[in-house]
Write a protein that binds this ligand. Structure first.
Ligand code: MGD
Ligand code: MGD
Ligand code: SF4
Ligand code: MO
Length: 758
């Protein structure tokens, strides 16, 4: 007897709606939900493997607690007792900053990850918050914070209506898109071309996305900020800079013009290895297009000038009048966004309100660089106490952050560590307590984060497709209990956390003049909330206070959880619309085109005009069937071209004496790895490429399939010292490395590891 159930896919930012076939308590098939208001039936191989991932026999079924050095299965009660007993003494003796919190990528893909970590971090009062954002998009948050006064105000390219897309350092044909939530991104690019639009891709590799492009510029890694600055220069020089209707909302145009005056096409051409005529053409094409959108991702963020490049992406959109207009780059409006406040000056965005203890890195958006986590644990010198206890949620920094070996040792030295993770992997193996969330089919889903980055406004919610199996605890409850245990309220009813948030939020809303709740009784509003549990009541509250909400009766047709549940395939909220100046929270109430921290960083970009790498530089790559460090345990998603190899150009291979398929040694500042060479002209000369998230050969992990073809950890090549100074983001692309043939005995070992798996 099989049935079907809907489930939004949590495996990448595209948020496709899936229709699951369920036999008993198992997902036996997953296909695209044709009626989903956003994804309309699209699915990729990862989504299609939802059932296999859900049923992975290596998923932990019960909490683990360390006893006598060994992890053993325990009851939930024992596990939370151990958390309280592990964390509270550290807080009481050394203070809250000695407890670090690490939030990994999947926290933005779960309801629990959206709703509880902010409460946990706030209640703990620690300044040691590290997330995947500082190995990813922190430069974009900083540039948005500075330009718009709001680190979360990120414009997204209007994929479905633009005439010209300039795509920088992104490969959506493999990644399915990022900071631009668009189910079937590939189809949307093909539609752009079919309607006569143009696609330009800037990437040192000839990716699947680049192969679709009308123009592909194989830039030298790490130099996009120079290229974009030169494009801005050309727009000014050729009188093509015209913000159009944006003009009244923009300040600093003259200063900007002055700031880019040295970045002429001929001045940057050598550093970028892109000729001056091409740069001029890129600028002219952008200005000439009826509408255009500039969009930058990983390759423009995780580099030495990540914040400058992210800023310039938006600057070009402003200069060509494409910010905040259909066909350009617009600010989405999600259903759970806060009640829009009236336009006007805001508090602005502050950087460096505190600093990391050892290297004095400034905080950004309340976070410290993940690349500095190891030293914050293992280095005693510095202002204050090192981190002694760690809470990791959905994070595998041993593989995803620089210098995993050092972090590995540092984690081992902690007084206490708890991981909320379904697997015993490279990071969670160090924990004293592991709290496993249920498989995704047993969890609800709503995209709190990605709806704020979606190319079309819509809202969807799916309840658990399968009831919790006996012995399981919902991740929302796990995080609520963890919050209580870590903050001295161990044993309290976990619904107290939701009640507290509801209380605070409604308390604030009734005092805000622009809120539909203004002047009303918060207890009455709380009593009206519906939902099966605390998290659903919170979702209901956010929807009702949000921009499309019913305002607790003020807009009877508005959104509520009840209404959303009545639309299982989602509700279409319309195309993106111009919103300025409402989203601006800068002190001036305008788009501040040349913020001071940016101006202060420009001399560093200027110095880069004369820099050339002495040898090879490393860039990353993603494979369609991968997801960072944690999908290598699903047989259906491994093998074939999804391998941890080093791509290098035939001419570089020849010069170095490296043969295709042979073992190569790759050495960087942080260490050395041996892997297999894949000689291909898909990378440009002087550039080598390796994927991240591999290196599953550490003892004490429980990833049976992944361990059979472990690959090597590319982040071992990094020592964690290279950061974008404004954002603290790790430099993961454009990193100098040395490559040499490995000894034949090593070849044998590596080849053996790569024999096809049955
Ligand atoms: N060299 C290099 N390094 C990179 C990158 C790169 O491009 N190059 N990319 C960087 C980027 S963009 C990112 S986002 C990071 C990602 O790095 P991380 O933030 O470490 O994320 P993942 O590798 O996805 O690992 C996620 C962890 O979450 C667990 N998990 C999976 N589902 C759930 C769930 O539902 N609940 C919980 N609690 N846990 C779950 C997994 O078992 C795994 O341990 O890697 C970064 N590292
Ligand atoms: N299949 C799959 N999908 C994923 C993930 C995954 O691991 N696998 N991870 C998810 C996550 S966490 C994220 S953040 C997104 C990332 O999504 P994307 O940003 O699309 O990520 P990548 O596919 O790594 O593409 C980055 C591109 O930048 C290029 N590049 C490297 N250095 C430079 C440079 O200096 N300049 C320029 N112009 N280009 C450069 C690389 O060659 C690469 O093609 O993907 C998400 N989706
Ligand atoms: S594109 Fe992303 S969201 Fe869609 S099915 Fe694939 S992994 Fe899931
Ligand atoms: Mo990411």
């Amino acid at each position: 007897m099989s049935r079907t159930a809907l489930r939004i896919c949590p495996l990448c930012e595209a948020t496709c709606g899936l229709t699951l076939t369920i036999d008993g308590t198992r997902v036996t098939a997953a296909r695209g939900d044709r009626h989903d208001v956003f994804s309309r039936g699209f699915i990729c191989p990862k989504g299609a493997s939802f059932g296999a991932l859900d049923a992975d026999p290596d998923r932990l079924r019960a909490p683990l607690v360390r006893e006598g050095g060994e992890l053993r299965e325990a009851t939930w009660e024992e596990a939370f007792d151990a958390v309280a007993a592990g964390i509270r003494p550290v807080v009481e003796r050394y203070g809250p900053h000695t407890v670090g919190v690490v939030l990994g990528n999947p926290t933005v893909h779960t309801v629990a990850g959206a709703l509880y970590p902010p409460v946990l971090v706030g209640a703990l009062g620690t300044r040691n918050l590290f997330t995947a954002s500082t190995v990813d998009q922190m430069p974009k948050h900083v540039s948005s914070g500075l330009l718009y006064g709001d680190a979360l105000a990120i414009p997204v390219p209007d994929l479905d209506r633009t005439d010209h897309l300039l795509l920088i350092g992104a490969n959506p044909l493999e990644s399915n898109g990022s900071l631009c939530t668009a189910p079937d991104f590939p189809g949307r690019l093909k539609a752009l071309k079919a309607r006569g639009g143009t696609l330009t891709v800037i990437d040192p590799r000839r990716t699947r996305t680049a192969r679709l492009a009308d123009r592909h510029v194989q830039i030298r890694p790490g130099t996009d900020a120079l290229l974009l600055a030169a494009m801005a220069y050309v727009l000014f020089e050729e009188d093509l800079a015209d913000p159009g209707e944006l003009t009244p909302h923009v300040q600093g145009l003259g200063e900007l013009r002055c700031a880019v005056r040295d970045f002429t096409p001929s001045a940057v051409a050598g550093a970028c290895d892109v000729d001056a005529d091409t740069i001029r053409a890129l600028a002219r094409e952008l200005a000439a297009a009826p509408t255009a959108a500039v969009y930058g991702r990983i390759g423009s963020c995780t580099v030495a000038h990540g914040t400058l490049a992210s800023w310039l992406v938006d600057v070009l959109n402003v200069l060509t009048g494409n910010l905040d207009r259909p066909g350009g780059a617009l600010f989405p409006q999600a259903a759970t966004d806060k009640t829009p406040r009236p336009a006007g000056p805001g508090r602005g965005f502050a950087l460096g309100r505190w600093h990391s203890r050892v290297s004095r890195h400034p905080e950004a958006k309340g976070e410290l660089p993940l690349a500095a986590l190891a030293e914050e644990i293992d280095t005693a010198t510095g202002d204050g106490e090192p981190i002694r206890a760690l809470i990791a949620v959905a994070a595998n920094p041993v593989l995803s952050a620089p210098d995993g070996d050092r972090l590995d040792k540092a984690l081992d030295s902690l007084d206490f560590m708890v991981s909320v993770d379904p697997y015993l992997n490279e990071t969670s193996r160090h924990a004293h307590v592991v709290l496993p969330p249920p498989p995704p089919a047993q969890s609800p889903h709503h995209d709190f984060a990605f709806n704020t980055l979606a190319v079309h406004n819509q809202v969807r919610y799916t309840r658990p497709a399968i009831p919790l199996e006996p012995g399981r605890m919902a991740e929302t409850e796990i995080l609520a209990r963890l919050t209580l245990a870590a903050t001295g309220m161990h044993g309290a009813d976990p619904s107290a956390v939701d009640a507290l948030v509801i209380d605070q939020t409604l308390g604030k809303a009734v005092r805000a003049e622009h809120s539909p709740a203004y002047g009303r009784d918060p207890r009455d509003l709380a009593a009206r909330l519906t939902g099966a549990d605390g998290p659903e009541r919170r979702l209901d509250m956010m929807l009702r206070l949000g921009p499309y909400g019913d305002g607790f009766g003020v807009q009877p047709d508005g959104l509520t959880l009840e209404k959303l549940l009545a639309h299982p395939h989602g509700i279409d909220l319309g195309p993106l619309e111009p919103r300025l100046p409402q989203p601006l929270k800068t002190r001036s109430g305008k788009v501040e085109l040349l913020p001071q921290p940016i101006a202060d960083d420009l001399p560093r970009l200027h110095a880069a005009l004369d820099q050339r790498p002495a040898g090879l530089v490393l860039v990353g790559r993603r494979h369609l069937r991968s997801s960072n460090s944690w999908l290598h345990n699903v047989p259906a998603l491994t093998g074939g071209s999804n391998r941890c190899t080093l791509h290098l150009h035939p001419e570089d291979a020849e010069r170095l004496g490296v043969r295709d398929g042979a073992a190569v040694r790759v050495k960087g500042a942080g260490g050395e790895v041996t892997t297999t060479a894949e000689v291909t002209d898909a990378v440009r000369r002087g550039v080598v490429s390796m994927p991240h998230g591999w290196g599953h050969d550490r003892p004490g992990t429980g990833l049976t399939h992944a361990a059979q073809d472990p690959g090597v950890n590319v982040n071992q090549l990094l020592d964690g010292s290279l950061l974008d100074p404004l954002s603290g983001n790790a430099v993961l692309n454009g990193v100098p490395v040395e490559v040499a043939p490995a000894h034949p005995s090593e070849t044998a070992r590596v080849t053996e590891k790569l024999t096809p798996l049955t």
